[in-house]
Design a binder for this molecule. Sequence first.
Ligand SMILES: [Zn+2]
Length: 284
Amino acid sequence: MEILDRIYRIELGHSAGDAGSTEGGPSVSAFYVKGSESGLFIDAGFPDLARTQPILDYWRGPLGSYPTSWVLVSHRHYEHAGGVKILKEATGARIGVGRGDARAVEADVGEDTGVVDQALTGGEVFDLGGRRVRAVATPGHTAGTMCYLVEDEGILFTGDHIMGQGTVVVRSDEGGSMAQHVASLEMLLDMDVRTVISGHGPVMDDPMSQIPELVRHRREREAQILDMVREGTGGVDDLAGRIYGESSERRLWLARHQVVSHLKKLEEEGHVVAVEEGVTYRVA
Ligand SMILES: [Zn+2]
Protein backbone atom coordinates (compact mmCIF):
# COMPACT_ATOMS: atom_id res chain seq x y z
CA MET A 1 0.00 0.00 0.00
CA GLU A 2 1.09 3.59 -0.57
CA ILE A 3 1.91 4.87 2.94
CA LEU A 4 3.37 8.24 1.93
CA ASP A 5 3.62 10.01 -1.41
CA ARG A 6 4.99 7.35 -3.83
CA ILE A 7 6.36 5.30 -0.95
CA TYR A 8 4.91 1.82 -0.72
CA ARG A 9 4.96 -0.76 2.04
CA ILE A 10 4.77 -4.46 1.24
CA GLU A 11 3.86 -6.56 4.27
CA LEU A 12 5.59 -9.92 4.45
CA GLY A 13 4.17 -11.45 7.61
CA HIS A 14 6.00 -12.32 10.76
CA SER A 15 9.51 -13.55 11.31
CA ALA A 16 10.30 -16.35 13.69
CA GLY A 17 10.92 -14.07 16.63
CA ASP A 18 14.56 -13.32 16.07
CA ALA A 19 13.94 -10.17 14.08
CA GLY A 20 16.37 -8.26 16.19
CA SER A 21 14.07 -7.22 19.00
CA THR A 22 13.66 -8.49 22.54
CA GLU A 23 9.93 -8.40 21.85
CA GLY A 24 10.26 -11.01 19.16
CA GLY A 25 8.28 -11.82 16.07
CA PRO A 26 7.12 -8.44 14.76
CA SER A 27 5.83 -8.21 11.22
CA VAL A 28 8.37 -7.55 8.49
CA SER A 29 8.02 -5.17 5.58
CA ALA A 30 9.87 -4.25 2.42
CA PHE A 31 9.43 -0.81 0.85
CA TYR A 32 9.47 0.80 -2.56
CA VAL A 33 10.48 4.40 -3.27
CA LYS A 34 9.40 5.74 -6.63
CA GLY A 35 10.95 8.64 -8.53
CA SER A 36 9.95 10.07 -11.91
CA GLU A 37 12.42 7.86 -13.80
CA SER A 38 13.08 4.85 -11.62
CA GLY A 39 12.49 3.38 -8.23
CA LEU A 40 14.24 1.28 -5.63
CA PHE A 41 13.45 -1.25 -2.96
CA ILE A 42 14.41 -0.83 0.65
CA ASP A 43 15.06 -4.39 1.89
CA ALA A 44 14.41 -7.62 0.08
CA GLY A 45 12.34 -9.86 2.32
CA PHE A 46 12.98 -13.49 3.16
CA PRO A 47 15.29 -15.95 1.39
CA ASP A 48 12.50 -18.25 0.19
CA LEU A 49 10.37 -17.51 -2.83
CA ALA A 50 7.10 -18.18 -1.01
CA ARG A 51 7.63 -15.36 1.46
CA THR A 52 9.27 -12.97 -1.01
CA GLN A 53 6.53 -13.49 -3.61
CA PRO A 54 4.40 -10.62 -2.22
CA ILE A 55 7.18 -8.21 -3.20
CA LEU A 56 7.27 -9.52 -6.76
CA ASP A 57 3.47 -9.52 -6.98
CA TYR A 58 3.30 -5.93 -5.80
CA TRP A 59 6.04 -4.83 -8.18
CA ARG A 60 4.43 -6.53 -11.19
CA GLY A 61 0.91 -5.53 -10.18
CA PRO A 62 0.33 -2.13 -8.58
CA LEU A 63 3.81 -0.84 -9.50
CA GLY A 64 3.50 -1.99 -13.12
CA SER A 65 7.04 -3.45 -13.21
CA TYR A 66 8.38 0.06 -12.76
CA PRO A 67 12.06 0.45 -13.78
CA THR A 68 13.98 -0.45 -10.67
CA SER A 69 17.61 0.49 -10.29
CA TRP A 70 18.48 -0.72 -6.81
CA VAL A 71 17.61 -2.91 -3.89
CA LEU A 72 19.12 -1.21 -0.83
CA VAL A 73 19.48 -3.54 2.14
CA SER A 74 19.24 -2.19 5.69
CA HIS A 75 21.32 -5.02 7.15
CA ARG A 76 22.31 -8.65 6.91
CA HIS A 77 19.46 -10.32 8.81
CA TYR A 78 17.54 -12.87 6.81
CA GLU A 79 14.14 -11.19 6.82
CA HIS A 80 15.68 -8.02 5.38
CA ALA A 81 18.40 -9.31 3.05
CA GLY A 82 17.26 -12.85 2.28
CA GLY A 83 15.45 -12.05 -0.97
CA VAL A 84 18.25 -10.15 -2.73
CA LYS A 85 18.93 -12.80 -5.33
CA ILE A 86 15.25 -13.32 -6.10
CA LEU A 87 14.64 -9.58 -6.51
CA LYS A 88 17.78 -9.08 -8.54
CA GLU A 89 16.85 -11.80 -11.00
CA ALA A 90 13.26 -10.67 -11.29
CA THR A 91 13.76 -6.90 -11.59
CA GLY A 92 17.32 -6.47 -12.85
CA ALA A 93 18.05 -4.14 -9.95
CA ARG A 94 21.51 -3.86 -8.48
CA ILE A 95 22.09 -4.77 -4.84
CA GLY A 96 23.57 -2.37 -2.29
CA VAL A 97 24.55 -3.55 1.20
CA GLY A 98 26.51 -1.84 3.98
CA ARG A 99 30.16 -2.83 3.73
CA GLY A 100 30.26 -4.48 7.14
CA ASP A 101 27.40 -6.82 6.20
CA ALA A 102 28.16 -7.44 2.52
CA ARG A 103 30.16 -10.61 3.05
CA ALA A 104 27.54 -12.10 5.36
CA VAL A 105 24.79 -11.41 2.81
CA GLU A 106 26.87 -13.04 0.08
CA ALA A 107 27.55 -16.05 2.29
CA ASP A 108 23.88 -16.49 3.15
CA VAL A 109 22.86 -16.43 -0.51
CA GLY A 110 25.71 -18.71 -1.49
CA GLU A 111 29.41 -18.02 -1.98
CA ASP A 112 30.57 -16.87 -5.42
CA THR A 113 27.15 -15.60 -6.47
CA GLY A 114 28.46 -12.03 -6.54
CA VAL A 115 24.97 -10.96 -5.59
CA VAL A 116 26.10 -7.73 -3.91
CA ASP A 117 26.93 -5.09 -6.53
CA GLN A 118 28.04 -2.36 -4.19
CA ALA A 119 29.29 -2.41 -0.60
CA LEU A 120 28.05 0.88 0.81
CA THR A 121 29.96 3.06 3.25
CA GLY A 122 27.44 5.89 3.61
CA GLY A 123 27.05 9.06 1.55
CA GLU A 124 26.15 7.28 -1.70
CA VAL A 125 23.26 9.00 -3.47
CA PHE A 126 20.71 7.23 -5.65
CA ASP A 127 18.95 9.55 -8.07
CA LEU A 128 15.48 8.33 -9.05
CA GLY A 129 14.49 11.42 -11.03
CA GLY A 130 13.10 14.23 -8.92
CA ARG A 131 13.94 12.30 -5.82
CA ARG A 132 17.23 11.33 -4.26
CA VAL A 133 17.91 8.63 -1.68
CA ARG A 134 21.10 8.83 0.37
CA ALA A 135 22.79 5.99 2.25
CA VAL A 136 23.59 6.76 5.88
CA ALA A 137 25.94 4.46 7.80
CA THR A 138 24.47 3.57 11.19
CA PRO A 139 26.54 0.62 12.46
CA GLY A 140 25.64 -1.01 15.76
CA HIS A 141 22.73 -3.45 15.38
CA THR A 142 25.09 -5.12 12.89
CA ALA A 143 28.43 -3.95 11.55
CA GLY A 144 26.96 -2.91 8.21
CA THR A 145 23.58 -1.51 9.27
CA MET A 146 22.52 1.29 6.93
CA CYS A 147 19.66 3.78 6.98
CA TYR A 148 18.38 5.39 3.80
CA LEU A 149 17.24 9.00 3.67
CA VAL A 150 14.85 10.41 1.10
CA GLU A 151 16.53 13.79 0.76
CA ASP A 152 14.51 17.02 1.11
CA GLU A 153 11.54 15.07 2.45
CA GLY A 154 13.34 13.95 5.62
CA ILE A 155 12.04 10.39 5.40
CA LEU A 156 14.46 7.88 6.92
CA PHE A 157 14.21 4.11 6.46
CA THR A 158 15.83 2.61 9.52
CA GLY A 159 15.55 -1.18 9.17
CA ASP A 160 16.30 -2.45 12.68
CA HIS A 161 18.39 0.54 13.74
CA ILE A 162 15.19 2.11 15.09
CA MET A 163 12.33 -0.36 15.26
CA GLY A 164 9.53 1.72 16.70
CA GLN A 165 8.66 -1.13 19.04
CA GLY A 166 10.60 -3.39 21.38
CA THR A 167 14.29 -2.96 22.05
CA VAL A 168 16.81 -3.49 19.28
CA VAL A 169 19.12 -6.40 20.03
CA VAL A 170 22.82 -5.81 19.41
CA ARG A 171 24.55 -9.07 18.58
CA SER A 172 28.25 -8.64 19.24
CA ASP A 173 28.83 -12.15 17.88
CA GLU A 174 27.61 -10.83 14.50
CA GLY A 175 29.74 -7.72 14.48
CA GLY A 176 27.21 -5.57 16.29
CA SER A 177 28.41 -2.98 18.80
CA MET A 178 26.44 -1.24 21.54
CA ALA A 179 28.85 1.70 21.56
CA GLN A 180 28.38 2.14 17.82
CA HIS A 181 24.62 1.67 18.08
CA VAL A 182 24.28 4.48 20.61
CA ALA A 183 26.60 6.73 18.58
CA SER A 184 24.56 5.97 15.45
CA LEU A 185 21.38 7.02 17.28
CA GLU A 186 22.93 10.27 18.48
CA MET A 187 24.26 11.01 14.99
CA LEU A 188 20.70 11.10 13.62
CA LEU A 189 19.88 14.01 15.90
CA ASP A 190 22.05 16.22 13.71
CA MET A 191 20.13 15.26 10.58
CA ASP A 192 16.90 16.61 9.15
CA VAL A 193 14.73 13.58 9.83
CA ARG A 194 10.99 14.22 9.96
CA THR A 195 9.64 10.71 9.51
CA VAL A 196 11.10 7.33 10.44
CA ILE A 197 9.95 4.15 8.71
CA SER A 198 11.33 1.05 10.41
CA GLY A 199 11.59 -2.39 8.85
CA HIS A 200 9.09 -3.79 11.33
CA GLY A 201 7.15 -1.25 13.27
CA PRO A 202 4.90 1.69 12.58
CA VAL A 203 5.77 4.92 10.80
CA MET A 204 7.09 7.34 13.42
CA ASP A 205 6.24 11.00 12.94
CA ASP A 206 8.26 13.31 15.16
CA PRO A 207 11.10 10.79 15.59
CA MET A 208 13.42 13.48 16.93
CA SER A 209 11.50 13.50 20.18
CA GLN A 210 11.90 9.74 20.51
CA ILE A 211 15.57 9.25 19.66
CA PRO A 212 16.82 10.90 22.88
CA GLU A 213 14.51 8.49 24.73
CA LEU A 214 16.14 5.53 23.01
CA VAL A 215 19.60 6.81 23.95
CA ARG A 216 18.50 7.45 27.53
CA HIS A 217 17.08 3.93 27.77
CA ARG A 218 20.44 2.48 26.69
CA ARG A 219 22.36 4.58 29.16
CA GLU A 220 20.04 3.59 31.99
CA ARG A 221 20.36 -0.08 31.10
CA GLU A 222 24.12 0.28 31.00
CA ALA A 223 24.20 1.98 34.40
CA GLN A 224 21.95 -0.74 35.80
CA ILE A 225 24.27 -3.47 34.54
CA LEU A 226 27.35 -1.71 35.91
CA ASP A 227 25.64 -1.35 39.31
CA MET A 228 24.78 -5.04 39.34
CA VAL A 229 28.33 -6.03 38.42
CA ARG A 230 29.60 -3.78 41.23
CA GLU A 231 27.25 -5.55 43.62
CA GLY A 232 28.71 -8.89 42.59
CA THR A 233 26.33 -10.13 39.90
CA GLY A 234 28.82 -10.66 37.11
CA GLY A 235 27.38 -13.69 35.37
CA VAL A 236 25.72 -13.01 32.01
CA ASP A 237 22.95 -15.54 32.70
CA ASP A 238 22.14 -13.99 36.07
CA LEU A 239 22.19 -10.47 34.66
CA ALA A 240 19.95 -11.42 31.74
CA GLY A 241 17.49 -13.18 34.00
CA ARG A 242 17.32 -10.35 36.52
CA ILE A 243 17.04 -7.55 33.96
CA TYR A 244 14.79 -9.05 31.34
CA GLY A 245 13.00 -11.76 33.30
CA GLU A 246 12.34 -13.33 29.91
CA SER A 247 10.52 -16.62 29.90
CA SER A 248 11.10 -18.33 26.58
CA GLU A 249 14.47 -19.85 25.75
CA ARG A 250 14.66 -17.79 22.59
CA ARG A 251 14.12 -14.49 24.35
CA LEU A 252 16.51 -15.34 27.14
CA TRP A 253 19.06 -16.16 24.47
CA LEU A 254 18.58 -12.72 22.89
CA ALA A 255 18.67 -11.10 26.33
CA ARG A 256 22.05 -12.72 27.00
CA HIS A 257 23.37 -11.29 23.74
CA GLN A 258 22.07 -7.87 24.75
CA VAL A 259 23.75 -8.05 28.15
CA VAL A 260 27.05 -9.16 26.59
CA SER A 261 26.90 -6.21 24.17
CA HIS A 262 26.42 -3.80 27.07
CA LEU A 263 29.27 -5.47 28.98
CA LYS A 264 31.59 -5.24 25.97
CA LYS A 265 30.91 -1.51 25.77
CA LEU A 266 31.62 -1.18 29.50
CA GLU A 267 34.76 -3.23 28.99
CA GLU A 268 35.95 -1.03 26.10
CA GLU A 269 35.44 1.99 28.33
CA GLY A 270 37.45 0.42 31.16
CA HIS A 271 34.59 -0.06 33.64
CA VAL A 272 34.54 -3.87 33.73
CA VAL A 273 36.84 -6.72 32.78
CA ALA A 274 35.94 -10.16 31.53
CA VAL A 275 36.68 -13.03 33.88
CA GLU A 276 35.49 -15.32 31.11
CA GLU A 277 34.66 -13.57 27.84
CA GLY A 278 30.91 -13.56 27.21
CA VAL A 279 30.17 -15.42 30.45
CA THR A 280 31.38 -13.61 33.60
CA TYR A 281 32.52 -10.08 34.32
CA ARG A 282 33.79 -8.08 37.30
CA VAL A 283 34.49 -4.41 37.93
CA ALA A 284 37.79 -3.14 36.58
ZN1 LIG B 1 18.05 -7.22 12.43
